[in-house]
Design a protein around this ligand. Structure first.
Ligand code: ZN
Length: 505
């Protein structure tokens, strides 16, 4: 027995208590988003804030710092890729981050974020950017202040990007996006020069109950475990983890749009299968979570797009979908349905965008975050800058801010900086991981066309899920795919799929 082990056990126990408090706050949040009556909002906000403060105080307690300092010198007594070494490393990283930001700032910023969210929730439907402008200006100030608690950066966005996607910097993301953009822009041009796909088959009336039942049946078959999860309805779909035995998803249903609930259910189940797949030994530690926003998003996107919008997937599921909606889809051929769910068009709303144009929406937001933080763009000029950039990149612009700068919650409930790059990193990685799984098991596409997902699920479990946050994103990509992050598989995937769909030369 290693002499360090009792110390590790003590650390684990303390971290597990903190994790319990945070999980309790997550349950309260989930309840607020699903079943809580509106009258509970005020008290609930306070209750969650209290629990978060308790967790923060417990975690930043000097005794935790002392334990981590002692353990740091002992880290080398464990193999570098052991759970123990990873625990010491990641807990230390979280701790250093947590103690650098003064509690008074956290309280101030968090109260401001709630107030901004409330203001945004009213301003967006009213199309009233002026009403949230002062809030957003303050958010920009706070975001800069937050970054400046981590001096020594190359770009002021670096610390904020690092929180979400450890190891990434503004410069690396910028270079990667420029490379991707060079490929995407001509592809979008070539596709949109072709006749547009007809997606009216998705825009009939599809009763909610049948939609929910079908979505649940699909994700169950993919491998989402309802013994350790459940699905409820919310305004905005999300996935939340209370323990490795309780990872929940939510969805929303639009009766006049079949794709909305279906693909968001598969998306959230992708996030959830990642967390359900984390090894039980990591429960209660900071390793029992996804390793970065990009890797998390790669798991939702892999199931939603590479699997769920694929032809083979629907060869198996389409007859079942037709049986669930015989009047709506009985006479719609598979090929027409497949084209409808993969329709590419220049659009205004990021969350409704197709696979090909989606990343252009992300790049716009990423660039604006950098410009705002650099002081090169003022908040008051943002709506006009938004319109100009949409015109330039996507060829369309909304006269209404509600479909422009006000559309995403991120800046209005969080911070400016680091909020968006994970979506595109996730898209890129989804193809890189899928490609590696196919190299290991070339039979996966045939299995999918027969409704069998076990081989793919097991590959993800083995190479990604089980590790949680034990390895960094860069490490997991290298281990699972044999090379660092690359856009090549993603570009190849898009070119092949959409080249065939839109008959490009
Ligand atoms: Zn997601």
């Amino acid at each position: 027995m290693n002499a360090t082990e009792p110390k590790i056990e003590e650390l684990k126990q303390r971290l597990a208590e903190i994790n319990d408090v945070r999980s309790a706050a997550a349950v309260l949040n989930w309840d607020q988003m699903t079943y809580m009556p509106p009258g509970g909002a005020e008290a609930r906000g306070r209750q969650v804030a209290t629990l978060e403060q308790i967790a923060h105080e417990k975690f930043t307690h000097p005794s935790i710092g002392r334990m981590l300092t002692e353990l740091r010198s002992l880290e080398r007594t464990f193999p570098a890729d052991s759970d123990e070494a990873a625990l010491i490393r990641i807990a230390r990283r979280d701790y250093d981050r947590a103690v650098k930001v003064p509690p008074a700032f956290i309280a101030k910023f968090s109260a401001h974020q709630s107030a901004t969210y409330e203001a945004w929730a009213k301003a967006r439907p009213a199309n009233d950017f002026a009403a949230v402008r002062p809030y957003l200006e303050k958010t920009l100030e706070y975001s800069r202040e937050l970054a400046n608690y981590f001096p020594g950066y190359d770009h002021i966005a670096d610390p904020l990007i690092d929180f979400a996607d450890f190891g990434m910097k503004a410069a690396t993301v910028r270079a990667l996006f420029a490379e991707l953009r060079k490929e995407l822009v001509p592809l979008v041009q070539a596709i949109t020069a072709q006749p547009t796909a007809d997606d009216t088959c998705l825009r009939q009336k599809f009763p909610e109950a049948q939609q929910l039942a079908f979505g649940c049946a699909v994700v169950k078959q993919l491998g989402y475990d309802f013994q350790r999860g459940r699905q409820d309805k919310t305004h905005h779909p999300f996935c939340t983890t209370f323990s490795l035995g309780d990872v929940r998803i939510t969805t929303r249903v639009k009766e006049d749009n079949l794709g909305d609930a279906l693909f968001s259910t598969i998306h959230e189940a992708g996030h959830a299968m990642y967390e359900q797949g984390i090894r039980r030994e990591l429960e209660g530690t900071p390793l029992a979570r996804g390793t970065s926003s990009g890797v998390h998003e790669s798991q939702s996107r892999l199931w939603e797009n590479l699997v769920g919008r694929g032809r083979g997937f629907w060869r198996y599921f389409y007859p079942k979908l037709q049986a669930a909606f015989p009047a709506q889809l009985g006479s719609v051929p598979l090929d027409m349905f497949y084209r409808a769910i993969n329709k590419v068009e220049r659009s205004l709303i990021r969350t409704d965008a197709d696979e090909v144009t989606y990343n252009l929406h992300v790049m716009i937001r990423f660039d604006f975050e950098l410009q705002l933080l650099e002081g090169k763009l003022a908040v008051r000029d943002l709506p006009e800058a938004w319109r100009e950039r949409y015109k330039a990149d996507l060829g369309i612009a909304s006269p209404h801010d509600r479909d422009g700068v006000l559309q995403d919650v991120h800046w209005f409930g969080g911070q400016i900086g680091g909020s968006f790059q994970g979506y595109t990193l996730g898209n890129i990685l989804s193809a890189q991981f899928y490609d590696a799984a196919l190299r290991a098991s070339p039979g996966i596409p045939d299995q999918i066309a027969n409704g069998e997902f076990t081989t793919l699920h097991s590959w993800l479990q083995e190479n990604i899920y089980q590790h949680g946050a034990k390895f960094t994103a860069n490490e997991i990509v290298k281990r699972a795919t044999g090379q660092p992050l690359t856009i090549e598989p993603y570009i190849r995937y898009l070119r092949t799929k959409y080249g065939e769909l839109y008959k490009l030369g």
